[in-house]
Design a protein around this ligand. Structure first.
Ligand code: HEC
Length: 173
């Protein structure tokens, strides 16, 4: 009986030891990935910060500005049905979660440096961002994942919108 219980203990000890030996290299190997994911995480956090202070949520997140930013993060950047009507027609803030899903990070950087969508999208602000910040925005939006449905298509000036709109007067000449 004594010998037998010792045998079981011994077996347990061997198992514990072998799992320790097996786990150790994995734990060591894994120490690289936290540092990679740490910098990715920093970039994503930066993107969240930029979306907040760069005004992206103000237009691309329904209800964000009217509620003083009290929209759960899961609903950020899904675009809006609230149109902006002006001399350009009517434009709707794009669902950025679906938009970014369709392009690579490098493609986005190219777009961000050259695009000129309809007003009142402040493309000049996005263009003025460092490449690092443009990438951070992309990573953040991708980290949120695709969701929602596309915003309505833009309308030409002569078409009456069927959604609520914010009217923008023509700029002074
Ligand atoms: C004042 C409102 C407003 C703000 C602020 C705003 N957007 Fe937009 N955005 C729009 C509208 C409206 C459109 C649709 C433009 C169109 O139909 O051409 C748009 C379109 C876009 C598009 C799609 C462009 C394309 O070529 O299809 C991207 C990407 C985008 N916005 C990113 C951003 C980012 C990033 C920020 C924050 C830095 C931001 N927007 C801030 C209103 C805004």
């Amino acid at each position: 009986m004594h010998i037998r219980s010792f045998g079981l203990l011994g077996l347990a000890a061997v198992l514990a030891l072998s799992s320790a030996v097996w786990l150790a290299p994995r734990a060591l190997g894994a120490s690289d990935s936290p540092s990679i994911s740490k910098s990715t995480k920093a970039s994503i956090d930066r993107g969240r910060y930029l979306a907040k202070i760069g005004g992206c949520n103000d237009c691309h997140t329904a209800g964000y500005a009217p509620t003083g930013g009290k929209v759960p993060e899961a609903q950020w950047l899904l675009g809006d049905q609230l149109g902006f009507r002006g001399p350009w027609g009517t434009s709707y803030p794009t669902n950025l979660r679906l938009y970014m899903q369709k392009m690579s990070e490098d493609d986005w950087v190219k777009v961000a440096r050259s695009f000129e969508p309809r007003p009142p999208m402040p493309w000049f602000n996005v263009r003025a961002m460092s490449e690092r910040d443009q990438r951070a925005i992309y990573r953040y939006v991708r980290s949120l994942g695709p969701a929602g449905s596309p915003a309505p298509d833009a309308l030409p000036p002569n078409v009456e919108p069927k959604t609520p709109v914010i009217a923008w007067p023509a700029p002074p000449k």
